[in-house]
Design a protein around this ligand. Structure first.
Ligand code: BMA
Length: 312
């Protein structure tokens, strides 16, 4: 079981392709938020042609989900991209003001991976905002408020190897610049590559960022989740980088599937009253699990187990 501060929910895996039935091979790395007292999600569904798409789901309690049978429709005034909800994967959802921005990866521009942004206010109609960076890039995640008057996004400008976490800013979500490297891959569980996970959460020490890291072994890659604390005003500065993982694949449903040995964190639901965090994560690229922790315990764990040189 190998748990650190997160405890796996006993109902795991909470969403499986079998529950969906029909033309579904896998449902995994997904964006989930609280919305009007309930939950809404945009799910990464791989159909039985192994084509990814963004499917909407709703739930009263965050465990029992009703997921639509086809991908969402997106108004696409931005002519340089294909259907923005098809060949689309790994969404994260950030609420800024009264708008929800979905950042995710889209196969386009010569079938390369690009970060894409769509927006909605009601999860009924969706509109494409654009593609912030040229390919290859993945794992774009917006901060939940403007910082120093600008939108800021964590991202990973790489389609595969040599993958590090960067941060860029924008006045309008269209024009992006002021690029910074936040963290390099390296160390144990992030030896091969790292990438941003769920939307960062503001804490008194700065920003809590959960990210994924990959190590390669004789029998393939292992995907883990870990954490860092970023500076509040200059979030490209790493104050504390956790050496120990927060979650690593140990359960059968995390070890066995379309891709073995993967926990891939994409959503954090934070109950501000109790401090509870619900971390939703993809399991073996096939199904979805959830793990729980108290936010203070997570921050303390990261600081207690920090690297001396935070950037590495
Ligand atoms: C990454 C992404 C994720 C996937 C992971 C493990 O590169 O493609 O969607 O979960 O690999 O296969």
């Amino acid at each position: 079981m190998n748990e650190t501060v997160f405890t796996r929910d006993p109902r795991n895996p909470i969403i499986t392709p079998e529950m969906m039935g029909g033309n579904v091979d896998a449902i995994h790395n997904s964006g989930i938020v609280k919305f009007k007292g309930k939950y809404v999600g945009l799910f990464r569904v791989d159909d039985q042609g192994l084509r990814e798409g963004l499917y909407k789901g709703t739930s009263n309690d965050g465990y029992d989900w009703k997921i639509e049978k086809t991908w969402i429709k997106v108004k696409n005034p931005y002519s340089d991209s294909p259907d923005p909800a098809r060949k689309a994967f790994d969404p994260r959802i950030t609420k800024i003001g009264d708008t929800y921005y979905i950042t995710y990866c889209l196969w386009c521009w010569g079938h390369k991976s690009s970060v894409s942004i769509i927006k909605t206010k009601d999860f009924e109609t969706f509109e494409h905002v654009g593609l912030p960076f040229p390919p290859q890039n993945r794992n774009g995640v917006l901060f939940p408020r403007k910082i120093n008057g600008k939108y800021m996004m964590l991202h990973r400008p790489s389609g595969g190897g040599d993958a590090d976490i960067f941060l860029s800013s924008s006045p309008d979500l269209i024009h992006w610049g002021e690029h910074h490297m936040v963290m390099e891959h390296g160390g144990g569980w992030g030896w091969l590559k790292i990438g941003p996970g769920p939307v960062p959460i503001e804490v008194k020490e700065g920003w809590l960022m959960i990210f994924h890291g990959v190590r390669d072994t004789a029998s393939g890659m292992i995907y883990c989740a870990g954490g860092a604390i970023l500076d509040r005003k200059q979030p490209w500065k790493v104050l504390h980088r956790g050496v120990r993982f927060l979650l690593a694949p140990t359960e059968d449903y995390e070890r066995i599937g379309d891709v073995f040995n993967v926990v891939f964190p994409t959503s954090l639901v934070h109950d501000e009253k109790t401090g509870q965090l619900d971390l939703y994560y993809g399991c073996a690229d096939t199904r979805i699990g959830v793990a729980h922790a108290n936010i203070r315990d997570v921050v303390d764990f990261i600081i207690k187990n920090r690297k001396r040189n935070a950037a590495f």
